[in-house]
Design a protein around this ligand. Structure first.
Ligand code: SPV
Ligand code: MG
Length: 292
């Protein structure tokens, strides 16, 4: 089995547009893999949301790590962790990378904002960005800490989000490339892909470019393909799926006072058992428990 780090590196370097989908716990990670995705986005927003807290580093980085461990154990495809700002300075980044490698996480993305971070779609333009040199030091420190050559660090540029424009986006991306980043994630909060496409045109193929089309979702996917984007991240669509169907079914149960109202439209209990691998335990019990 190809190492998860190598699997992710192959996605970054493939000459096709690849897709990774958000997951936020063990079972959603497994569902993403079973759907055929070749990678998982460990979304900060979704991991926070499933804990019921805000996307402002309210969940500690070790709580994030604990959930990632379940996600990684449940799957065979690589996870790219949304590592926010690296949870501190270069030193915290080094410890993060070592701990991620211990848990078989393939890659981490860090963004050039300040701790505690705020989601890019909340007051984006009011958010200060990290000092470029300091952020480059964090990238270098992360690269120096990794033990597996194929572990990847994706540098996320928030220049467009903060309203600083293409020139600053280019300046930052180039600095992060020189610092050793393996890919650039260029983010945009516009409802059209103009900023991303302008960046990619200017950037060329210096490093693979990763995008998060949450706000410009109506863009036909072929436009990303034609522009030579490396990976598109569907960043929060599993937690949004879960929220929408839980809200709907909770309201129906409250109103109807009968399970009949939803029974046929939800996963059967035996599907939970299958996703958990219950059959494998039954086999193991035959092998390992004393026979009576
Ligand atoms: C996340 O999924 O947490 C992200 C992407 O960072 S976004 O919410 O678009 O900033
Ligand atoms: Mg995030």
């Amino acid at each position: 089995m190809t190492r998860k780090t190598t699997q992710f590196r192959n996605l970054l370097n493939s000459d096709r547009l690849e897709f990774i989908l958000e997951a936020h716990n063990g079972i959603s990670a497994k569902i993403v893999e079973e759907a055929g995705f070749k990678g998982i986005w460990g979304s900060g927003l979704s991991l926070s949301a499933q804990y019921g807290v805000r996307d402002n580093n309210e969940a500690s980085w070790t709580q994030v790590l604990d959930m990632l461990e379940f996600m990684s154990d449940a799957t065979t495809i690589p996870i790219l962790l949304d590592g926010d700002t690296g949870y501190g300075n270069f030193n915290n980044m080094q410890r993060l990378v070592r701990k991620l490698e211990q848990r078989d996480i393939a890659a981490v993305c860090i963004e050039d904002k300040l701790f505690p971070k705020t989601n890019s779609f909340i007051k984006g333009t009011a958010q200060p960005l990290a000092d470029i040199e300091e952020f480059c030091g964090k990238i270098k420190a992360g690269k120096d800490a990794q033990g597996d050559d194929d572990f990847s660090i994706v540098a996320r540029v928030e220049a467009f989000i903060a309203g600083w424009g293409l020139k600053e986006a280019m300046r930052r991306a180039e600095a992060y490339r020189k610092a050793g980043a393996d890919a650039i994630l260029m983010h945009s909060a516009l409802s059209v892909p103009d900023e991303i496409l302008a960046f990619k045109k200017e950037w060329g193929d210096r490093l693979p470019v990763v995008i998060v089309p949450t706000k410009y979702y109506a863009t036909p996917t072929d436009q990303f393909r034609e522009a030579g984007i490396s990976i598109a991240i569907w960043a929060n669509h599993m937690i949004r799926t879960a929220i929408a169907s839980m809200q709907k079914n909770a309201a129906t149960l409250m109103a109807e006072e009968s399970l009949m109202a939803i029974e046929d439209s939800i996963a059967p209990v035996k599907e939970i058992f299958r996703l958990q691998g219950a059959a494998e335990l039954q086999e193991a019990e035959k092998r390992y428990l004393p026979k009576r």
